[in-house]
Design a protein around this ligand. Structure first.
Ligand SMILES: Cc1ncc(COP(=O)(O)O)c(C=O)c1O
Length: 311
């Protein structure tokens, strides 16, 4: 009864694939597409909260930069991508949404040389109900983290500043966390410095200074927002190397991502930080983040009237 493939309504979400709009349950890509067979995709995710996109321009700019780095050339320009995203949200009617934009490689047409240069790249996008990477309940007690044995894919192999589907290391980290009774994994690089985790950047509070890794990471839009908030609050913030030993001894740790905002932790590798609850600096930054958003910080209102032309 709940087969998403037979869901004919937009209420569960709306999608766009290569020029066409459809209910999320009907959105599918060809099984032969290199976007699927080779993870040859780049993407971005922007949040909509209470009817407003957050930092839409920043997300579309980063999406374009990721496309350039992986040599994707879809036919849609940035303005059209923004209007596609708006239309997906408008069709769904969602006030709080997770809004994805993907560029897929496609596949060379039959008879063409089997090289990615001969594939026609195309855009897919969708809006579905808001996703919390860390549930509100876990945010209250603070996430339990581990430093994973699995290392992050070297940045020289897959550029982490271009959002990509090479998630095997991150997914393996998620299972390591599960096996060790924790919620989330932080991945290190080959030199033992912290990078990031499955879908988030990480911040450490050490002696009242907020630190976030400088290399081997996606330059997160939430990370950038946190750094701006630290400036507003007069909290010293530094982008620098964070060796695993320093990470494990941090006073506080929090995670940052579009799908959840600022998400505090309370344990790392079994060590309890503070009183086993989110620390005061993490809480202050989290509160400020949501308070600023409620006041329209970097907000672009969704135009919910923009549905007529497509249905
Ligand atoms: C690997 C990785 N790092 C960091 C982030 C956080 O980036 P942003 O704050 O732009 O969502 C994400 C977001 O999905 C991610 O996938």
């Amino acid at each position: 009864m709940n087969d998403p493939q037979s869901d004919n309504s937009f209420a569960a979400g709306a999608a766009y694939i290569d020029g066409r709009y459809m209910p999320i349950g009907q959105a599918a890509i060809p099984i032969t597409d290199w976007g699927y067979r080779r993870s040859d995709v780049t993407y971005d995710v922007v949040g909509v909260w209470e009817g407003n996109f957050f930092r839409l321009e920043d997300h579309v700019r980063r999406f374009r930069s990721s496309m350039r780095k992986f040599r994707f050339e879809p036919r849609e320009g940035d303005e059209e991508i923004k209007s596609v995203l708006n239309r997906c949200v408008a069709l769904s009617g969602l006030k709080n949404a997770y809004v994805a934009m993907d560029c897929l490689r496609g596949r060379p047409a039959p008879g063409m040389p089997y090289h990615p240069v001969h594939a026609r790249n195309y855009i897919a996008a969708f809006a579905i109900p808001w996703v919390w990477v860390m549930s509100p309940e876990v945010q209250k007690r603070g996430g339990h983290l581990i430093t994973a044995e699995t290392l992050r894919i070297p940045a020289d192999s897959v550029d982490p500043t271009a959002k990509n589907f090479h998630w095997a290391d991150l997914t393996r980290g998620q299972f390591e966390a599960l096996d060790r009774g924790a919620d989330f994994a932080l991945l290190l690089d080959s030199e033992g410095n912290v990078t990031e985790g499955p879908g988030f950047n990480v911040f450490f509070v050490i002696d009242d200074v907020v630190l976030t890794p400088d290399a081997g990471v996606l330059e997160g839009i939430t990370r950038k927002s946190v750094i701006e908030i630290c400036g507003d609050l007069g909290i010293p913030a530094k982008v620098s190397k964070v060796p695993a030993a320093e990470a494990r001894a941090a006073d506080e740790i929090f995670l940052a991502t579009t799908a959840g905002g600022v998400m505090p932790a309370s344990r790392i590798d079994g060590r309890i930080m503070g009183n086993d609850r989110p620390g005061p600096i993490s809480m202050k930054i989290q509160e400020t983040f949501w308070a600023k958003r409620a006041k329209g910080w970097h907000a672009t209102p969704v135009d919910y009237a923009a549905v007529a032309a497509v249905v």
